[in-house]
Every structure is written in C-alpha cells, then in structure tokens.
Design a protein around this ligand. Structure first.
Ligand SMILES: *[C@@H]1O[C@H](CO)[C@@H](O)[C@H](O)[C@H]1NC(C)=O
Ligand SMILES: *[C@@H]1O[C@H](CO)[C@@H](O)[C@H](O)[C@H]1NC(C)=O
Ligand SMILES: *[C@@H]1O[C@H](CO)[C@@H](O)[C@H](O)[C@H]1NC(C)=O
Ligand SMILES: *[C@@H]1O[C@H](CO)[C@@H](O)[C@H](O)[C@H]1NC(C)=O
Ligand SMILES: *[C@@H]1O[C@H](CO)[C@@H](O)[C@H](O)[C@H]1NC(C)=O
Ligand SMILES: *[C@@H]1O[C@H](CO)[C@@H](O)[C@H](O)[C@H]1NC(C)=O
Ligand SMILES: *[C@@H]1O[C@H](CO)[C@@H](O)[C@H](O)[C@H]1NC(C)=O
Length: 353
C-alpha cells in the first residue's frame, strides 16, 4: 500500500528483544497492521509508520555495524539505558536514542498530522520500555505518547519491597544487588537519565499512558534467572508481572483489590501523596499467548493495546490466595508444555528476556 508520511497520524516504534532482531519485529508488526487494514479495521491509520530501531551488541554483532553506528557492551546493556561502547568515547544512552526518535516524530513541520506515538517493547524490549517510561525526562509536546511494556523479565522497583519472601526460593540477604539498577534505584548511573530519585520515577510511571501487556502462558522458566529477578516474583516471567502490577497498585494507593494477585508484599509504603490526578497504567492479559511476540500482538487484546483509548483488560485471576508458585494453575502449565512440543523451531526467536 502506498503511504504518505506527511499524512501519518500514528507511529509505532517497536523495540526488539534480546536477540536484537529488529527486522523480524518490523515485519511482524507490518503483517499485523496490513491484515487489520485489509479487514477494514478503522482504528489503524492508513499512513501508519512503523520503526524498529536496532540496538547492536558490540561483542555479538561485530562486523554488522559500521564505524559510525552505535553499539552497546555485553548482550543487552541497551535494555537498561547504559552507555554505548562503539564508536569509542561517545557513551550514548540507548534511552537518548529513543528520545531522539520520539522528538523526530513529534516535529509538526515534518509530521503535521501526527497524533500518537506508541513505544512498544517485547521481552528485552519490554524491559527497555518499562525503564524508559520511568526515567524519560519529558513527554512529547505535540503528540500523545503511549508505552507498551510486553513480557519483560524484570521491572524497575521504586523501593526495596519484593514479592518473594520465601528464603528457600531466594534469599534477599544473599542477593546484595537486588535493589541496584536495573532492578531498583541504587547505583542508577546511566548517562543523562542517571541520578534520578525513585520518587520522580514513580510519579512519571503512574501518570503516563502505560499498558502492561502479558501473555498468560509465559510460564516457562527462562529469561533472567538471577536472584535480583527471581525476588520480583519467582522463576516465571508471568508471576513477576502480576507481582509488579500488585506492587504498583499498592505503592500508588489505588485501593484496587489485589488479593488475587501473587506477591508477598507487606508494608509497601503508600506514595499516593506524590502524584495528583488519575493512576494511568493498565494491565492487559492475553489468555492464550506464551512468550511469543506474534501471539501477544496478533490478538484482540494486543490490537486493543496498540489502537484503542479504552484498552481491553483481557484475562483476570479469579481465585484469591494464588501464590507465586502455584500461579498460573497447573492445568494451564500443562497446556503450555503441550503447546511447546510443536513449535520447537520457532523457539529461538521467542525466548530469552
Ligand atoms: C565513556 O566511558 C568510558 C568507559 O566507561 C570512560 O572511560 C570514559 O571516560 C567515558 N567518556 C565520557 C566522555 O564520559
Ligand atoms: C523539525 O523539522 C524541521 C524540518 O526538518 C527542522 O528544520 C526543525 O529543526 C525541526 N524542529 C525541531 C524542534 O527539531
Ligand atoms: C509467601 O508467604 C507465605 C507465608 O509466609 C510462604 O508460605 C510462601 O512460601 C511465600 N511465597 C513466596 C513466593 O515467597
Ligand atoms: C553500578 O553500576 C555500574 C555500571 O552499570 C556497574 O558496573 C557496577 O557493578 C554497579 N555496582 C553496583 C554495586 O551495583
Ligand atoms: C510478565 O509476564 C510476561 C508474560 O507475559 C513475562 O514474559 C514477563 O517476564 C513478566 N515480567 C515481569 C516483570 O513479571
Ligand atoms: C487465542 O484465542 C483467540 C480467541 O479465542 C483465537 O482467535 C486465537 O487464534 C488464539 N490464539 C492462539 C495463539 O491460540
Ligand atoms: C492517541 O492520542 C489520544 C490523545 O490525543 C489518546 O486519547 C488516545 O488514547 C491515543 N491512542 C493511542 C492508541 O495511544
């Protein structure tokens, strides 16, 4: 389809996962949007722009980036916004790269019709969006910004409270870095965005348009398995998510009934006095999606997160007292194991953080 950038009203910036396969993410989004347009879905802008930035790993992608392109140390230090290591000496936070992209599309002389900027990240990209939404110093001036945090392995906690208290699972006392950045606000030293207080981060997070999008069947034990991550809700990503949602509601003093959500939180402080107006983050759960970006976004709930103002919430837990370990139910877990037999070949692109 022929599109015209000058008429574009919506841009979706999609951040890849740990495999740094921006091309697959771009194609996946493009296929989903093309299908919806074919079906006549009026929510999708006919001139929608999709951007999939590529965060190279200096080690793993050697030879794939030029001497003028940025690359980040280790596999995934672009996720928490650390400084680039190539070209040498520039030290640019991956968050500054995102900010520049956002500014580019917020420019009304180049994009006079632009209304919505959506920053989407799945898995490792979800980690980036969770932290960027917390630490970004400003929102765009001319456009509305939505953050979609899909299936991250861990979140940036504002306080030292954690979901897991059972020392047989993981012992906080033996996990000295559990509240260090990327997991908490200690040692937040990344360029430009470093040094901010947890209170500022909290205020940003609970007043921005953030949709947490999670596949309920994301129950395999993989992704980040360090003690800092396990303390956030056990070995499975999905329980860490539900625990994050519970924590967010507790600290923001929303008064929502969180009994059905896992997480042994006691004495979480109430920071309601730190923000005014509505609590804006949302939780949407795709009941039959695993840690698979296609299943998550190629669903009514995923489409809603991308295109609706009133985002569909999807699945909700119905039983009180579900603990991290028994959550989701054994029946759902069995279903996942079964489902995983078939797409073994596709797994490489699905897993990791
Ligand atoms: C960039 O980072 C390197 C390695 O961490 C450090 O030695 C150097 O001083 C930094 N440069 C700037 C301009 O911050
Ligand atoms: C917006 O884009 C125009 C045209 O490319 C450019 O001249 C201008 O500097 C940009 N404005 C901002 C604030 O970046
Ligand atoms: C939550 O607390 C209960 C009661 O102390 C304990 O039995 C359970 O193991 C804890 N669960 C986790 C995940 O810490
Ligand atoms: C602090 O952050 C730096 C840079 O990310 C890291 O190398 C160091 O291990 C961290 N130290 C602690 C105590 O977390
Ligand atoms: C949230 O749940 C998703 C499953 O959709 C999982 O991939 C992710 O790791 C979880 N993240 C956290 C912080 O719990
Ligand atoms: C999930 O359920 C919806 C509606 O029941 C269905 O259309 C979709 O194909 C299912 N997706 C998967 C991955 O099973
Ligand atoms: C688009 O922006 C409008 C505000 O101009 C907002 O109400 C709406 O929810 C946004 N839609 C999406 C999909 O972000």
């Amino acid at each position: 389809m022929k599109t015209n950038d000058k008429l574009a009203k919506h841009v979706v910036i999609v951040v890849h996962g740990s495999l740094r396969d921006g091309d697959s993410y771009w194609s996946l989004m493009n296929d989903i949007f093309a299908d919806l347009i074919k079906q006549g879905d009026a929510r999708v802008d006919r001139n929608l722009i999709i951007v999939a930035p590529e965060f190279f790993s200096a080690e793993q992608n050697e030879g794939q980036y030029s001497s003028k392109q940025l690359a980040w140390p280790d596999l995934n230090l672009w996720q928490p916004g650390e400084a680039s290591s190539r070209p040498k000496g520039l030290n640019i936070s991956s968050y500054e790269a995102i900010e520049k992209l956002v500014d580019h599309f917020d420019n009304s002389s180049q994009y006079p019709q632009m209304k919505n900027i959506t920053l989407v990240g799945h898995s490792g990209g979800g980690q980036l969006v969770n932290r960027y939404a917390t630490l970004a110093r400003k929102l765009p001036q001319n456009t509305h910004m939505r953050f979609i945090v899909a299936d991250p392995s861990s979140s940036l906690y504002f306080t030292e409270d954690r979901a897991v208290t059972d020392k047989n699972i993981v012992d906080k006392a033996k996990c000295p870095l559990y509240n260090s950045y990327r997991y908490g606000f200690d040692n937040l030293t990344i360029p430009i965005y470093g040094g901010q207080s947890a209170q500022t981060g909290f205020k940003n997070y609970v007043t921005r348009d953030i949709v947490h999008l999670n596949g309920l069947l994301d129950t395999e034990v993989n992704g980040d398995q360090q003690c800092m991550a396990i303390l956030q809700g056990g070995t499975q990503r999905i329980s860490r998510n539900f625990s994050w949602w519970k924590y967010l509601n507790l600290i923001a003093g929303t008064g929502e009934d969180m009994r059905f959500f896992p997480g042994n939180f006691t004495n979480v402080p109430n920071w309601k006095h730190l923000y005014s107006g509505d609590f804006t983050p949302r939780l949407s759960i795709v009941a039959n999606a695993s840690h698979d970006v296609d299943q998550v976004f190629n669903s009514a709930i995923g489409n809603s997160a991308l295109f609706d103002t009133d985002v569909l919430p999807g699945w909700r837990p119905e039983k009180p007292g579900q603990s991290t370990d028994s959550f989701p139910s054994a029946a759902i877990r069995a279903q996942v194991r079964f489902a995983l037999f078939i797409p073994l070949v596709a797994l490489t692109s699905i897993f990791l953080r």
